[in-house]
Design a protein around this ligand. Structure first.
Ligand SMILES: Cc1ncc(COP(=O)(O)O)c(C=O)c1O
Length: 375
């Protein structure tokens, strides 16, 4: 079996520990354990329960408490029995794709997105038809292009909403149109929703495909919107037969999630309002800062993100994105992800949900590098 190298993860692995200004990160500035406990209140009660936690394998499918908190992120269709915890969204995506992809079938996937969403189906023997999200469309999918990409062998359509790297947010009417395309083929609709709940505008929460469609499957995690990547806790939510297939796969890879991770993820989701208030304040404040900076950089442009933690920034310099980003890293340690990792040349992904002082220093360092390119 061949699987393509995961370009964005390899780039992160190579540089993230030595970067001076890390604007490649996609998590909202991570919480410490102490900050999480403080947000949750009742620190003594939580610590007492942690001390009493039995360090066995725990509940194999995830604790009832955590699965209830995850199910509460969805509508009535998703009960705790429709949730399976996983090792991050990366684990959840792998389980769902392993469960849903049929070798020899056609899978329709968008691009740009997180590479796992098309390279894993390819490695599993699917014929992946890519639908490109275009700058002039605000990186929103053209439903007719999805319809045209689907054929009689299509069993799965894959989305990522809100989108990494562009921060685009597909609204409910468009999602419903995509559901109709899936229904025409009796296909699964799988959506990586790891940035859900981090929609910047009030009242703009993205509906989950698991709520919109009887064959809709969603993945999510504690890493991005909830700033707790260190818990390595994600999930798949969807119809019972898909969850059972995911568990069959997971028995071979994971056995169960960590019981302390599970307990702390439950604490965070039970205090979701406090966590999201903190995190939305960070992304909104930082994005306003990015706007000001972009306005002062005439050779950069972007479609302003509406959700999530990242933006795809296009530059007007005749330098391939890998050379641009490596050159900048070597020059002053400013670290972003080359657009080539997403099939988008002459661009880079900016992660702007870091600590505000890191963003400030990082944007100044990018500007300093741009001046050297202007010659
Ligand atoms: C769209 C998307 N899905 C999944 C992941 C994996 O996240 P995790 O495994 O930390 O939940 C990422 C990380 O960058 C991502 O951007």
């Amino acid at each position: 079996m061949h699987i393509e190298p995961f370009v964005v993860e390899q780039w992160m692995n190579a540089h993230e520990t030595t970067a001076t200004w890390n604007l490649a990160e996609t998590c909202v500035h991570s919480l410490t354990l102490g900050e999480l406990l403080d947000l949750g209140g009742d620190v003594d009660g939580v610590v007492r329960r942690l001390r009493e936690t039995w360090l066995g394998y725990g509940d194999i499918v995830g604790s009832p408490r955590l699965r209830a908190a995850i199910a509460a992120l969805y509508g009535e269709r998703i009960t705790p029995d429709h949730v399976l915890t996983a090792h991050g969204a990366i684990g959840a995506n792998f389980l769902a794709l392993y469960a849903l992809v049929q070798p020899g079938s056609t899978v329709v996937s968008i691009l740009p997105t997180y590479q796992q969403l098309y390279s894993v189906p390819e490695s599993l023997g699917a014929d992946v038809h890519m639908v490109r999200l275009r700058e002039q469309d605000g990186y929103l999918p053209d439903v007719e292009a999805i319809r045209a990409a689907a054929d009689e062998r299509t069993s799965l359509i894959i989305l990522n909403n809100p989108n990494n790297p562009t921060g685009a947010l597909i609204d409910e009417p468009t999602l419903r149109e995509i559901v109709e395309v899936a229904r025409e083929h009796d296909a699964w609709l799988f959506c990586d929703e790891v940035y859900r709940m981090l929609e910047h505008g009030p009242g703009t929460t993205a509906p989950s495909v698991a709520d919109l469609y009887e064959k809709g499957v969603s993945s999510g995690s504690m890493s991005k919107s909830y700033s707790l990547a260190g818990l390595r806790t994600g999930w798949v939510a969807g119809p019972g037969d898909v969850i059972r297939r995911c568990l069959e796969v997971r028995d071979y890879t994971t056995i169960s999630g960590g019981v302390l991770d599970d307990a702390l993820a439950a604490v965070a989701l039970e205090h979701i309002d406090a966590v999201l208030e903190r995190n939305l304040a960070i992304v909104r404040g930082n994005l306003a800062r990015v706007d000001e900076w972009m306005a002062r950089e005439p050779r950069l442009r972007y479609v302003r993100p509406r959700a999530g933690t990242t933006a795809l920034v296009r530059y007007e310099f005749d330098v391939p994105s890998a050379a641009f980003c490596q050159g900048m890293f070597d020059f002053n340690g400013a670290f972003v992800v080359p657009g080539v990792a997403f099939g988008e040349e002459r661009s880079f992904r900016l992660g702007y949900a870091c600590a505000p002082d890191v963003l400030e220093g990082g944007l100044a360092a990018i500007s300093e590098y741009l001046r050297t390119l202007e010659g």
